[in-house]
Design a protein around this ligand. Structure first.
Ligand code: TYD
Length: 132
């Protein structure tokens, strides 16, 4: 079973020019990329997420600001990850319950292995815990 883990992207450039980071499907992003979306203007007191996906894998990147993500796997393994650099990503495997909190003006980019399907979401925690 795959566990959530941090991914380091290359940083190309220097402090005089600025930097460029890149992740390719089946490279630093460990799946073929189907969809990219981003979330922004999330108030600091709001928690997003609160769900798991049955068949979708994700990589989350805080392209601006700081995002704190809590994860729980079905075996009960819990972790907290802090994304505070645009060259760092967090891999979220299938069946990983995850929630996110954002610093002021944080922007989260999500790279997904599948197209959006609401049927792929488990949004009820007890359903997640009982999932076979
Ligand atoms: P959700 O994945 O729950 O966002 P987060 O994990 O950041 O809380 O999606 C939020 C809402 O947006 C939900 O109603 C589903 C909808 N949505 C789309 O319409 N298209 C998409 O590609 C995604 C990912 C979500």
């Amino acid at each position: 079973m795959q566990q959530p883990h941090l991914i380091q992207f290359p940083s190309i450039g220097d402090s005089s020019l600025g930097y460029l980071s890149v992740g390719e499907g089946l490279g630093a992003i460990p799946f073929p990329i189907a969809r990219v979306y981003w979330t922004y203007y999330t108030p600091q007191n709001v928690q997003r997420g609160g769900h798991a996906n049955i068949g979708k894998e994700l990589v989350l990147v805080a392209v601006a600001g700081t995002i704190t993500i809590t994860t729980e796997m079905r075996d009960g393994t819990c972790d907290t990850f802090v994304l505070d650099h645009p060259a760092t990503g967090l891999f979220i495997p299938k069946l990983c319950w995850h929630s996110m909190k954002y610093s002021h003006s944080a922007v989260q980019m999500v790279i997904a292995s599948n197209h959006y399907s609401e049927a792929d979401y488990i949004r009820d925690y007890s359903t997640f815990k009982a999932w076979k």
